[in-house]
Write a protein that binds this ligand. Sequence first.
Ligand SMILES: [Zn+2]
Length: 108
Amino acid sequence: MRATAEVKRCQDCRAMVIAAINTDARDTLCDVIPLSRPGELAANIAGRRTLRLDTDKRLWTTGADRIRTEPMPGDRILAEHRCGQPVPAAWTQPLPEPSDSPDMEVPF
Ligand SMILES: [Zn+2]
């Protein structure tokens, strides 16, 4: 099974994308810029699917049912590629991590 992800260009808009067959066995294109955890939420709320690329270059579908799970170390969260809709910068910024902040809990 050739499921490992590779970087290529979208045939429609020529943007750099990560292409893979995801765990739902569907051919999937993702934008290359990794999302932050809040960005993953924001993307889902905006109706954009998100996927996780693990260190074995496998692409896993995430979504409302799996959003609560923390990514494994080394995983990258990616948004589904949509031509002409680049990932907003606000989705990609890393979380500020003050050491005394309580853990964020997703309320759903
Ligand atoms: Zn495209």
